[in-house]
Write a protein that binds this ligand. Structure first.
Ligand SMILES: Cc1cc2nc3c(=O)[nH]c(=O)nc-3n(C[C@H](O)[C@H](O)[C@H](O)COP(=O)(O)OP(=O)(O)OC[C@H]3O[C@@H](n4cnc5c(N)ncnc54)[C@H](O)[C@@H]3O)c2cc1C
Length: 462
């Protein structure tokens, strides 16, 4: 460790995941002295147990599907199966490369990286490895871990969390996934492509229930076609071990046998026993409460990332970390508009959105003020070439800006960049219609949807 006992850092950050390391990098860039305390691996959940490994698995799954469907494109290829060790090697190589890069970046910005489990010991210090690290400001960024239901024990073998699923050294014949949110749906998609019989059990009426209902229904239709089963409005009531696997029961009397159960019902904050409450930090069910500038009730302490009750996304963690660093450096950052954060579920097909759903728009503006438009990807040349189905749905305030963009289809995650500019710059449909989109691209579908909303559809019926 580079500091001596008399050093007082400008910022001490507890947790080196997306939120913590973004705060560290930006603070150091702005000339602040920074200590970053991490008990595990720099990069946290996203790099090692979240975004990156899941997306690598999803890419391997896409290649498997494309190989199986190659004949439809006139390509002769034979799908022989999945070499799970090969998949893990590919995934781990991606992680290792990014991890190395991130370590180099943190070192190059002269952040003092401290390996060890830290604990908040006062409103201006963190204890780690038996040493007290003082800071003018503290940023709490200890993130989250998979959650379970009381009485449902995750044994890591037959009842697993996403952490275990990412390292599974076998491909099960069948799996039940508890939870139809982003993580559950992504694993369902991967496993189905790998040949697993998958059933999702979701208590709410739809898969990806935070999305516009239209997107959920399109995903459900696509999953049905792919043979991914799901039970909606089905509350989990118990799991028992069978000779070969598990039997999952729901309150509506269903029993599903499978090799394993993946519990994907959400993630809870990492805050227990870390000295937060003892040092006066206001909390709610383990989350650290913050205002729009990520300030806690203690003037010297901020919190970012999954530990705060905001959207649990890596890019939200980055943005919150940057916001805190800029505030502490004396800049005047703007609060985050969480509706303007792009959201992507990287399943096959992908679900991507930004802004608000139709239901929320109706709630906010009244039914008569809300206009929607659906553009079917069947009219989009590139989507046809890819043989993908789906839709782009726009939500507009009558005679005003586009307040929601909701997309389902292959590679739609890549279109969310333009969609977020449209939402965040409060674009009018006519303004977007004015922009020329390259042909044939999938982004053209966004352009065509806005042409239609502006009253001059091209490749769509009036
Ligand atoms: C399967 C899965 C897939 C995901 N996919 C995506 C995706 O595609 N896109 C997306 O945007 N988000 C995705 N996420 C969410 C994303 O990973 C999180 O939102 C993000 O990692 C949160 O960052 P964080 O810094 O708040 O917390 P974390 O990344 O959890 O980092 C917290 C860090 O704090 C450390 N820590 C905890 N306690 C201590 C302590 N006492 N002392 C020292 N260090 C400590 C931990 O070791 C950890 O490294 C996914 C998550 C999962 C689980």
């Amino acid at each position: 460790m580079a500091n001596d006992a008399s050093t007082v850092f400008d910022v001490v950050i507890l947790g080196g995941g997306s939120g913590g390391y973004a705060a560290a990098l930006r603070a150091a860039q702005l000339g602040l002295s920074v200590a970053l305390v991490e008990k595990g691996e720099l990069g946290g959940t996203c790099l090692h147990r979240g975004c990156i490994p899941t997306k690598a698995l999803l890419h391997a799954a896409e290649i498997a599907d494309e190989t199986k469907e190659a004949a439809e494109f006139g390509v002769l290829a034979t799908f022989q199966g999945i070499d799970i060790n090969g998949v893990h090697k590919y995934k781990d190589d991606v992680i290792a490369g990014l991890y190395k890069g991130l370590q180099g970046l943190v070192a190059s910005r002269k952040v003092t990286f401290i390996q060890g489990e830290g604990k908040l010991s006062s409103q201006t210090s963190v204890d780690v490895n038996g040493q007290r690290i003082e800071g003018r400001h503290i940023v709490l960024a200890t993130g989250s871990v998979p959650r379970s239901i009381p009485g449902l024990e995750i044994d890591g073998n037959r009842v697993i969390s996403s952490d275990h699923a990412l390292k599974l050294d076998r491909i099960p014949k069948s799996a039940v996934i508890l939870g139809g949110g982003v993580i559950g749906v992504e694993f369902a998609s991967v496993w189905k492509s790998f040949g697993v019989e998958v059933t999702i059990v979701e208590a709410l009426p739809h898969l990806v229930p935070l999305e516009d209902e239209n997107s959920s229904k399109l995903l459900e239709r696509a999953f049905r076609k792919r043979g991914i089963k799901f039970e909606l409005k089905a509350r989990f009531s118990g799991v028992e071990y069978t000779e070969t696997g598990v039997r999952v029961s729901t309150e509506n009397g269903k029993q599903i046998d499978a090799d394993l159960l993946l519990v994907a019902i959400g993630r809870g904050p990492v805050s227990a026993g870390l000295g937060y409450e003892e040092n006066g930090v206001a909390m709610d069910r383990g989350y650290v409460l913050v205002d729009e500038y990520m300030r806690t009730n203690v003037p010297t302490i901020s919190a970012v990332g999954d530990l705060a009750p905001t959207l649990q996304l890596a890019h939200v963690g980055f943005a919150e970390g940057i916001l805190v660093a800029e505030r502490l450096a004396g800049l005047k950052p703007m609060p985050i508009d969480y509706d303007g954060v792009p959201r992507v579920t990287y399943s096959n097909p992908e679900v991507a959105s930004v802004g608000i759903s139709e239901a929320k728009a109706v709630e906010l503006y009244g039914k008569e003020k809300v206009v929607t438009l659906k553009y079917n990807l069947a009219g989009n040349g590139k989507s046809k070439i890819l043989k993908t189905a789906g839709e782009i749905k726009l939500v507009q305030v009558k005679d005003g800006a586009v307040v929601g963009v909701h997309m389902v289809g292959a590679r739609m995650g890549e279109q969310v960049g333009e969609a977020q500019l449209i939402y965040n710059w409060e674009a009018l449909p006519a303004e977007v219609a004015q922009l020329i989109h390259a042909h044939p691209t999938q982004s053209e579908a966004l352009g065509e949807a806005h042409l239609a909303l502006a009253g001059k559809p091209l490749h769509a019926h009036d």
